[in-house]
Every structure is written in structure tokens, then in C-alpha cells.
Design a protein around this ligand. Structure first.
Ligand SMILES: Cc1cc2nc3c(=O)[nH]c(=O)nc-3n(C[C@H](O)[C@H](O)[C@H](O)COP(=O)(O)OP(=O)(O)OC[C@H]3O[C@@H](n4cnc5c(N)ncnc54)[C@H](O)[C@@H]3O)c2cc1C
Length: 497
């Protein structure tokens, strides 16, 4: 009788869990995905209000050329995924407006050199350090071997971004411009390793894009591939308890919320680590608790979902308005006074369910995440919306009277995806954080998802690829990579400095 395939259990059907499920299934494993919600997709999913689609957690991302395009092609999820260039700008508190060129990293740095002519030397040094980290990072070409000495993690994984900017003697304004992409990973410049910041920010320096129809095409493609490969997806189901660990420190049984038990060989969790701890038998909790007890979380976002009158023509873009230069405060507001020090405005063209076009506007303002704040009352929520709108009109007075607010969300609203008390980007990346990616204290459990490596859709997918490579082993992993996934080799090896 043939051996039965390894059975892998994947927790969470967001982009992290779905990418992992596809990689394991493509490698010949039997895979089951458990998803607490009734639908798959997690924060990739869109929602509709008054027939208008709005994004939850994929407003923009970095270029499809390169690692994101590679990953989608390997997963068989690239069909109908259309990237639209998405210009982005930043207005500093003194009114200095930076409109980034969105035409490659070289153009990004040339532009900053023109805007900050007296700081060209520091800027070039920063750029070359970034280049060095990218060259050494084993993740920008899925084929590059982990054993290659050039791919070792960098010393800048130990140096906070803020310290690097100070060492380079940069002005607060230029530091602010370079640190601004921290808004897209939630790490504080004072804590986030410079290399981690580079690995997220390079993509936006290269090109910021928006996927046409947000994450919809991705979810559709993931679903089709999962079905084709026979992956079992159990929605509205979660683990309620794991059975005790065996003598090898492994766990192979879980009790599920639908009253059934599930046996598995290994488990891949895209959940926040704090969600796993209470599921473990008390005698086995200590390892996990020690590992995760002191991990701080990122902030949340107060979000306004709106439309802009058709007579007022807007072009799709991201504009961020800052009221302070200190990203440590902006990203980690300690209380109401520090809330909303920046407003990100995502303008886009969408299609209503009835087929008519509409200009949508999403305002995102960092706000303290629960439990630092309690659930606001309706009046408090309205008052927060008024503050965010006032900041928006202060920055763009010509929009007054042209915006219709459809809905708003406090950090509590995101509890559907994010466990209570946790931030928009999960665990905050800091120098010295324990490694959550890969094997966890239960020997056959693996951490994946945004908490394990780097937040954002690209970083979350990458964590699944890196863990799959570790678990499946090199030969089986390389067999998953079709030639067609690598059309742009030049781009990957030729980091312009
Ligand atoms: C407001 C906001 C804006 C963002 N904007 C962007 C952006 O523009 N670009 C970008 O790249 N990133 C953005 N992000 C971050 C990005 O959405 C995340 O990094 C990424 O989607 C995380 O994917 P994931 O699979 O780890 O988590 P999720 O997508 O949250 O998936 C986790 C899944 O697990 C399920 N789950 C939770 N608990 C359980 C349980 N106990 N059992 C079973 N299932 C469970 C959840 O329901 C969910 O479906 C944003 C995030 C937020 C909150």
C-alpha cells in the first residue's frame, strides 16, 4: 500500500495561510485550512457599502515586477491580476511636498537628492547600505540558495533605523521622508532594524502599485487553485484546544470548534502568536508564553471610507499629510493627543455593483490600538471622524463639500481579522525580537503570516515561501518554481546604486 501523504493543517485563510496551503499542496501534501470567518481571504477581502467596494488591508503594494510577480506565478495565482501604477506623495509639517517619481529606485533617490541638495552624501550612503542589504537578502529571487554566504542576514538587522539616520547626520526632514515607509510596516524608527525597513521600503521606492479591484482577483485565484489541488477548507471553524505534546515535543491532535477532532502531521499558524498560547495544554504553554510575552504590537488605524463627487476629478494616488516629523510618535500614538498625526489618503476609481463608476477615498490615520483604548461610543467615534476629516480638509481645502462619508472604522472594528488588543500590522518589528518564523516551541508547529517575518501582503507571502523552503527541503522546493515565474532576471540581479 502506498504511504499516505503528510497531512498539514494551516490556521487562517489570509494571504499567509493561503500561500502556505498552495505551496504544501503543490508539493504533494494533503492540506486542510481552518478559517474562523465564513469566507476566505482575511484582509485581502473587499467589502461593499451602498454597492461601493472598499479595501480592508490591501490598498497598495510594491511592483509586480520582481518578487511579488514571482510568488503569484509560482502559486498559479497571477491570472487577471492587473497592476496599476499608484503615484504617492508626502507633505511634511512645514508644507514641503514630496511627490515621488514612482519610476524605479534610481529615480527615487535622484529626486530626493534634488529636494535635499545639501544632504546628497548622506543620501548616497543610505542608498548604498540599502543596496547592500538587498543584495544579501535571500528573498528577492525565490531561486537563490539559502546556503549562499552572500545571502546571510546583515549587520543592519541589529541596528535601529533611527540610529542609522542619526549616524548619517540627516536632517529631521530627510529622515522623515526616508522613514515614512515605516507607515507600511508599523515598525518604529527607534526600534525597527534598518535592514527590515529597507526590505519593505525598497519596493515602494521602486514603484508603488495598486491592484485593479484590490485583493479580489487574488482571492479568486487562490480559491480556484486550492480547489484544483483538493485542499480542504473549513470555514467558520477554529481550533479550541490542542492535545498534549508527545515525548518528541510534537502535537498531532486538535479539538475543533465544530465538535470534531483533527489529526495532523504538522501545523502552520498565521495567527497572532498570542492566539496560540491559550490553545495549548497548560503544561506546554511555557515555551510559547516565554517567546511571545513581551512582544509589543503595532498601532491600529482609524479609517474613513468615502466617495468624492464626480464633478471633482481625482486621479488614483496616495497622499500622506504629516503633522509631526517624529515617526515614533506618528506610528505609536500613546494617547488621544498623539493620535492622527498623519493622514494617508487613498484616492481610487472603482465600479459600483450596478456597474457605474465611482471615485472612492479612504483616509487612514494611525490610532492607538486596543487595549490601550476601550471601544469608543458612537459619539466618540463620530468625534474621531470629525478630527480626521478636519485634518484632511486642512491639507486639501478644495475638497470641502465634495466628499461623502459612507462608513468609518476604529481599530476595534478590525477585530474580525485581528485579535482584540492587537495592531494593524501584528507584532511590531524590533531589534532583538525572537524569531517567530519557522519552527515554534512545539516542534511540528511553524509560524507564518505577517507576525512571523514582515507585515504587508508581500512580506506575509514571503514568510510562507521561506518556511516552505525550510520544511519541504531544497529539492522539493525548487521543483515548485516554474521557469515562467522568472522572466525579469535582469531586474533582480542588477540593483542600481
Ligand atoms: C487597515 C489596514 C491597512 C493595510 N494596508 C495594507 C496595504 O495597503 N498593503 C499591504 O501590503 N498591507 C496592508 N496591510 C497589512 C496586510 O493586510 C497584512 O499584513 C496581511 O494581509 C496579513 O496577512 P495574514 O495572512 O497574516 O493575516 P490575515 O489576512 O488577517 O489572515 C488571517 C486569517 O486568520 C483568520 N483567523 C484568525 N484567528 C483564527 C483562528 N483562531 N482560527 C482560524 N482562523 C483564524 C482570520 O479570520 C483571517 O482570515 C494593512 C492592514 C490593515 C489592518
Amino acid at each position: 500500500m502506498a504511504d499516505s501523504p503528510i497531512h498539514s493543517l494551516v490556521l487562517g485563510a489570509g494571504v499567509g495561510g493561503l500561500s502556505m496551503a498552495l505551496l504544501l499542496a503543490k508539493a504533494g501534501r494533503r492540506v486542510t485550512v481552518l478559517e474562523r470567518q465564513a469566507e476566505i481571504g482575511g484582509r485581502l477581502a473587499r467589502f461593499h457599502r451602498q454597492g461601493i467596494p472598499f479595501d480592508t488591508g490591501l490598498h497598495f503594494t510594491s511592483s509586480l515586477v520582481g518578487i511579488l510577480g514571482q510568488m503569484l506565478a509560482v502559486l498559479g495565482a497571477e491570472e487577471d491580476v492587473v497592476a496599476e501604477s499608484f503615484p504617492w506623495s508626502l507633505r511634511l509639517p512645514d508644507g514641503h511636498e514630496l511627490a515621488f517619481p514612482n519610476r524605479g529606485r534610481g529615480a527615487f533617490y535622484d529626486y530626493l537628492a534634488r529636494e535635499f541638495p545639501r544632504e546628497q552624501d548622506a543620501l548616497r550612503k543610505y542608498q548604498s547600505l540599502e543596496t547592500e542589504v538587498l543584495r544579501r537578502t535571500p528573498m528577492f529571487d525565490l531561486r537563490v540558495g539559502m546556503e549562499d554566504p552572500m545571502t546571510a542576514f546583515s549587520e543592519l538587522d541589529q541596528l535601529p533605523l533611527g540610529m542609522l539616520l542619526r549616524r548619517l547626520g540627516m536632517s529631521p526632514e530627510l529622515s522623515c521622508a526616508l522613514a515614512s515607509t515605516a507607515l507600511y510596516h508599523g515598525g518604529l524608527p527607534a526600534e525597527v532594524p534598518a535592514a527590515r525597513h529597507f526590505r519593505v521600503s525598497y519596493g515602494f521606492e521602486e514603484e508603488m502599485i495598486r491592484l485593479r479591484h484590490g485583493g479580489e482577483a487574488l482571492v479568486r485565484n487562490f480559491r480556484r487553485e486550492l480547489e484544483r489541488l483538493g485542499v480542504e477548507i473549513r470555514t467558520s471553524t477554529r481550533v479550541v484546544a490542542f492535545q498534549s505534546l508527545d515525548a518528541r515535543g510534537q502535537c498531532h491532535h486538535a479539538a475543533l470548534s465544530d465538535g470534531t477532532d483533527m489529526a495532523f502531521d504538522d501545523l502552520f499558524s498565521s495567527l497572532h502568536p498570542a492566539e496560540i498560547v491559550p490553545l495549548l495544554p497548560p503544561e506546554n504553554r511555557r515555551g510559547f508564553q516565554r517567546l511571545t510575552a513581551n512582544l509589543p504590537d503595532t498601532c491600529g488605524f482609524f479609517t474613513i471610507f468615502a466617495t468624492v463627487d464626480a464633478q471633482c476629478r481625482t486621479r488614483p494616488h496616495l497622499a500622506s499629510y504629516l503633522r509631526d516629523l517624529d515617526f515614533n510618535k506618528i506610528i505609536n500614538p500613546s494617547g488621544p493627543k498623539e493620535a492622527f498625526l498623519s493622514t494617508g489618503c487613498v484616492f481610487s476609481q472603482e465600479t459600483r455593483l450596478d456597474g457605474t463608476p465611482v471615485q472612492s477615498l479612504i483616509l487612514l490615520a494611525p490610532a492607538p490600538a486596543p487595549p490601550a483604548v476601550t471601544r469608543p461610543s458612537r459619539e466618540e467615534k463620530d468625534a474621531m471622524a470629525q478630527v480626521v476629516l478636519a485634518h484632511f480638509y486642512e491639507a486639501l481645502p478644495e475638497m470641502r463639500g465634495k466628499v461623502q462619508v459612507i462608513a468609518s472604522a476604529t481599530p476595534h472594528t478590525y477585530a474580525r481579522f485581528i485579535p482584540p488588543g492587537r495592531g494593524a500590522y501584528g507584532v511590531r518589528m524590533r531589534v532583538g525580537n525572537p524569531r517567530l518564523m519557522g519552527r515554534l516551541p512545539v516542534r511540528n508547529f511553524y509560524g507564518i503570516g505577517e507576525n512571523a517575518f514582515t507585515p504587508g501582503v508581500v512580506g506575509t507571502m514571503l514568510s510562507s515561501f521561506l518556511v516552505a523552503r525550510q520544511v519541504l527541503e531544497e529539492e522539493a522546493y525548487l521543483r515548485l518554481l516554474p521557469e515562467r515565474a522568472f522572466p525579469d532576471h535582469e531586474f533582480l540581479t542588477n540593483w542600481s546604486c
